[in-house]
Design a protein around this ligand. Structure first.
Ligand code: LLP
Length: 431
């Protein structure tokens, strides 16, 4: 199987985190997001331990909470000792409501409004990751008005193309995020921040992309960021204390995807970091990263009920389910691949289907050309694997479809972390 939390009983019943998927579907209904809490915790621990082993005590992984954001996620992450990356007031509010410590929140975003900045300052958010000069000026004014000095990181664009898909490539020179090194603007950005009294420049941030598999991407990023830190020291006399390398490690959606040994990769990153700091005569900075997908993706599975099977002779067949682009827009947006499994049987004659959703447009495909038992019929259950990242988080109400619940699986038990929406919930804002 794709990951070791997906198994099948001898009678063909699909299990996730050791629990029967048809039983869970019977109890909670479909469409249904399942999340393997034990896997989330194991992934958090993997990062914590690798950080401790390779980067020393101060190093901290921050969970990029945009990947899966609801209160219980923040509670789990807090218990596992990680910080979080939040990208909006909504994420910060969710974190605080869950009791997440404000000082361990890093606040991102390239378009923070005055109100956003004021809110985050009022809540005592630990660190702003400042994206650009406009934000810097407003933050300085707002912090001055409150008589405080706000810790910040400056988001720098290292000019690296990580060869991932375009929509998630965030490190190249001309992306909308951060301030580029190549044009000389990054140095001016640091200079401007240092001239301000109410911000404390702790260090630099960068993020080169998501679904990164390239061995050398983070090494090249370290090379550029450390060279820039050395220039900052030479030109401005400041030695920066913190380096945040963003998120991005890719995960396996299909059997054919490579598996990344993240602790081993982090070991290589640490070795390069130590080499470059020694070469440039810099102190080893406190090291941070912001993994999102690699913490939650393989902890997720979405379960659907087949509503219709449609065969168009000479063309193709569809299995149409009770969910779709509203709960998983990733194939529509990025052409993302997924592994799809029948949840009740695996053997017998098979056929190729497009797994289609129930939204009223022909582009609503969850995954094209998947293999299912040929006798797949209305009422059967199918499971889409590895949906823990950017599925619930990106769900919409398109076609006024209520969002599915998120059910957590933990130690052989299950519980609701986000309840199923009703039609009334969907209509609640209408006047
Ligand atoms: N840090 C920053 C500043 C980011 O922009 C992101 C992701 C992360 C960390 C976490 O990256 P991860 O470890 O999850 O790759 N919706 C897209 C992914 C968008 C990623 C946006 N930024 C998808 O469904 O594939």
């Amino acid at each position: 199987m794709l990951t070791d939390n997906i198994t099948r009983r001898s009678d063909g019943t699909l299990c996730f985190a050791g629990q029967s998927v048809p039983e869970l579907a019977g109890r909670y209904g479909t469409p249904l997001y399942l999340m393997d809490e034990d896997r989330i915790r194991a992934n958090c621990r993997m990062y914590r331990e690798a950080f401790r082993a390779h980067f020393g005590d101060g190093a901290l992984p921050l969970y990029a909470s945009k990947a899966a954001c609801f209160k219980q996620m923040y509670r789990i992450v807090a218990e596992e000792g990680l910080g979080v990356d939040c990208v909006s007031v909504g994420e910060i509010h969710t974190a605080l409501q869950a009791g997440f410590p404000a000082e361990k929140i890093y606040y991102h975003g390239d378009g923070k409004t005055d109100a956003d900045i004021a809110y985050a300052l009022a809540q005592g958010v630990g660190c702003f990751v400042v994206d650009n000069g406009n934000e810097l000026i407003t933050l300085e004014e707002e912090a001055a008005a409150r008589g405080i000095r706000q810790k910040i990181l400056l988001r720098i664009t290292p000019g690296i193309d990580p060869h991932t898909y375009q929509a998630v490539n965030t490190g190249a020179v001309d992306v909308k995020f951060g301030v580029p090194v190549e044009t000389g603007q990054a140095m001016e950005f640091v200079r401007a921040a240092l001239s301000m009294e109410h911000v404390e420049v702790a260090g630099l941030h960068c993020h080169v992309g998501s679904m990164v598999f390239g061995e050398d991407v983070y090494q090249r990023t370290i090379d550029i960021m450390l060279a820039f830190m050395r220039e900052v020291k030479d030109e401005l006399g400041l030695e920066l204390d913190e380096l945040n390398l963003g998120g991005g490690y890719g995960v396996r959606y299909e059997e054919s995807d490579p598996a990344i040994d993240i602790p081993a990769r982090l070991g290589e990153v640490a070795a390069n970091l130590k080499k470059r700091t020694a070469e440039y005569g810099l102190r080893l900075p406190r090291f941070l990263m912001e993994p999102g997908r690699s913490i939650v993706a393989d902890a997720g599975m979405t379960v659907y009920t087949v509503c219709s099977v449609k065969r168009i002779p000479g063309y193709k067949s569809y299995a149409i389910v009770d969910g779709g682009m509203a709960d998983n827009p990733r194939y529509c947006l990025y052409g993302s691949r997924y592994t799809v499994l029948h949840a009740q049987r695996s053997g017998g004659l098979r056929a190729i289907f497009d797994l289609a959703g129930r939204a009223c447009e022909s582009g609503d495909i969850i995954q094209p050309a998947i293999s299912l038992p040929n006798n797949t019929a209305r009422g059967d259950l199918v499971a889409v694997c590895t949906t823990g990242a950017y599925n619930y988080a990106m769900a919409s109400h398109y076609n006024r479809l209520p969002k599915p619940p998120v059910v957590m699986l933990h130690g052989g038990e299950s519980y609701v972390a986000v309840r199923r929406e009703t039609i009334e919930d969907v209509c609640a804002m209408d006047v």
